[in-house]
Design a protein around this ligand. Structure first.
Ligand code: HEM
Length: 210
């Protein structure tokens, strides 16, 4: 769970930073997107590194879901007889929504790839002009796309907050103060990541990026 989670978080941080390049203008953003396909050349042929990264990401997602399933099955096996009165589950809202949060994020990623990578669900869908695709996607009249992205990113935020909290708690001091610090650090991390993602659609929606 943790190793694959860390890999996915590294991707999320890199992707968020890359998206912020949209504020440096169309030429710079499209150049950056082109560079993503050229990483590793001339040692590797063009787009090979991208495909290696895609394979690693897919493997990490599958292993993350696999590990979550094993943990859920193990937890159920530990308590084969259901509680007659199920006590209110302890833990934060984020902790209790990990499973459905994960499903929502997975569905979002499938939609998102068809939207901004393959272009099938994008109003422009030009592989050579990712900047134009993003601007066309989050245009004011398509406010519902921004709304959908916002809901998905907030779901991602809750998921990350709990995941990061578990990681920080394992690594930090096992005391009430250590736990408070882990909670605060996880919340800070999730908020920064959500804001970093959402600033792009909202900049297009409000005309700051056009
Ligand atoms: C909300 C703001 C976001 C924006 C503006 C955005 C933008 C983009 C763009 C422009 C691409 C295509 C890149 C290219 O083909 O050159 C892309 C690809 C992708 N994005 Fe996002 N993204 C956002 C959020 C997310 C989130 C939250 C996730 C994960 C949960 C995500 C996961 C991916 C993946 C997996 C790809 C495919 C990468 C590949 O081609 O292998 N994105 N995104």
């Amino acid at each position: 769970m943790a190793v694959t989670g860390i890999l996915l978080v590294l991707f999320l941080v890199a992707h968020m930073l890359g998206n912020l390049k949209i504020f440096t203008g169309e030429t710079a953003f499209d150049h950056y997107a082109h560079w993503l396909r050229e990483i590793g050349t001339p040692l590797l042929p063009s787009t090979w590194f991208l495909w290696i990264q895609r394979t690693a990401l897919l493997a990490a997602v599958l292993a993350h879901i696999g590990a979550a399933t094993v943990l859920a099955v193990r937890a159920r096996a530990a308590r084969p007889v259901k509680y007659a009165h199920r006590k209110k589950v302890n833990g934060s809202y984020a902790a209790r929504t990990m499973r459905w949060g994960g499903v929502i994020i997975l569905l979002f990623v499938i939609y998102h790839i068809l939207d901004l990578t393959t272009g099938h669900l994008n109003p422009q869908g030009d592989p050579g002009n990712p900047y134009g695709n993003v601007v066309a996607d989050f245009a004011p009249e398509r406010w519902y796309v921004t709304l959908f992205y916002t809901l998905a990113v907030v779901a991602l935020g809750f998921h990350l907050r709990h995941g990061a909290f578990s990681a920080f708690r394992s690594l930090g001091q096992q005391t009430p103060a250590g736990e408070r610090r882990a909670r605060a650090a996880a919340l800070g991390f999730a908020v920064v990541l959500c804001a970093g993602y959402l600033v792009v659609p909202f900049a297009v929606l409000t005309g700051l990026v056009a």
